[in-house]
Each structure stands twice: as C-alpha cells, then as structure tokens.
Write a protein of this length. Structure first.
Length: 203
C-alpha cells in the first residue's frame, strides 16, 4: 500500500489526540508492583532502542523512516497485545491464535448464550480500537511479521505475559469458569498496560 493511500486512510489529528491521552495516563496512573523478573524484563524493553532499519522492518518495509516510526506506535501496541492474548489463551488452556482481525464486540445476548467457558472467552476477548475501526487497513498485513520481529528482538514481552498470567491463573486454583475468565481478562488488561508503556518508549 502506498504512503499516500495510508495518509488518506488515517487521520493524524485522531492519532495525536490518542497519544496525548496516553501520555497523560502515564503521568497519572500508579504502576502496580510485581515480581522483580517482570520489572527487569520491562526495563530492558523500555531502555532499548530501535534503529531506523528496525523501524522500517517492523513497519513491513512499506513505510520509510519517520513514517515507519509514526505508525509503529500503533503496530507495536497492537502486536504486543496479540502476543499477550496468545499467552492468555494458553494460560487458560485454550488454543492460541496469533491472528489480528477486524472484529466488533458481541451483543449481550450472545455473551449470555455462550455454551462453553471457551466460547465465552472468545466472545469476551478484548478488542482494540483499531480492530473495531474500519480504517487502519494496513494493520492486518503488518501484524504477523511484527509478531515474529518482537519475538526475536524482545522475547521478554512474551515471557512477561506468560509469567504474569500463569501466576494469576494458578491463584484460581485450577478452577476455570466464566468468572475466572473475567478475572483473567482483568489481569490481562493490567499487564497489557505495563507492557504497552514499555513498548511505547521504543518509539
Ligand atoms: C494500546 O492499546 C490499548 C488497548 O487496545 C489502549 O488502551 C492503549 O491506549 C494503547 N496505547 C497506545 C500508546 O496507543
């Protein structure tokens, strides 16, 4: 896809509003404490530096230099989330998936009618703003490569999610029902915010 087409699809005003809201939340949200392992891994990520070449690779070699850095704020966040969701599914004992798809939230009736705990999870799995949006058409293509890139360059992302979510899952004592799924999704959101802060600092 051409850069011009990308610019047509993507509103910069919308983007800047989002970033300033995020930076504001960085200043106001207290960071919950967790094990030293998680803090060390997250520090390694936030203290790292991505070269221009790496930024362009992460952006699928479609976007150059500043443009690549610019869209990588979204690519990084969506990709670290997909890695995290894959670890969440695996902690819950469900089949992992690393596919980033456009998706709309389910209706309340659908959620209430979920026949199994796994079906319930699939309906309740967090959906990002970009997955709901009918813009950002470049993302579905870029995410699979970005998952590979992050797994190689920052294996700590997956390790942090795995360690954190397995620990939370153990605290459920092996009982996995719909309430347990809600609890795990809540804990997922907490660690996702922390990983998101660390990867945001790469851009
Ligand atoms: C990352 O994604 C999450 C969930 O989709 C969102 O709440 C958060 O604001 C995003 N962070 C940035 C820097 O865009």
């Amino acid at each position: 896809m051409s850069t011009t087409l990308f610019l047509c699809l993507f509103s910069t005003t919308y983007f800047y509003t989002e970033i300033s809201a995020f930076v504001h939340s960085l200043e106001t949200t207290p960071i919950p404490s967790t094990s030293p392992f998680i803090n060390i891994e997250l520090d390694k990520i936030s203290n790292a530096f991505l070269t221009t070449e790496e930024h362009e690779r992460l952006a699928g070699k479609v976007f150059k230099h500043r443009m690549a850095e610019f869209i990588n704020r979204i690519v990084l966040n969506e990709t670290q989330t997909i890695i995290g969701l894959s670890e969440l599914r695996s902690a819950l004992g469900f089949a992992p998936s690393e596919v980033w798809k456009k998706r709309q939230p389910p209706s309340e009736e659908e959620v209430d009618a979920a026949p199994t705990v796994e079906a319930y999870y699939m309906l309740k799995e967090p959906i990002s703003k970009h997955q709901r949006s009918n813009q950002d058409e470049f993302l579905p293509e870029l995410i699979p490569l970005a998952v590979t890139f992050l797994d190689e360059r920052f294996p700590g992302i997956r390790k942090v999610y795995r360690r954190y979510l397995e620990e939370k899952f153990r605290s459920l004592g092996g009982k996995i029902d719909k309430k347990g799924v809600d609890y795990m999704i809540y804990e997922f959101a907490r660690i996702q915010t922390r990983v998101g802060h660390a990867t945001f600092l790469l851009t």
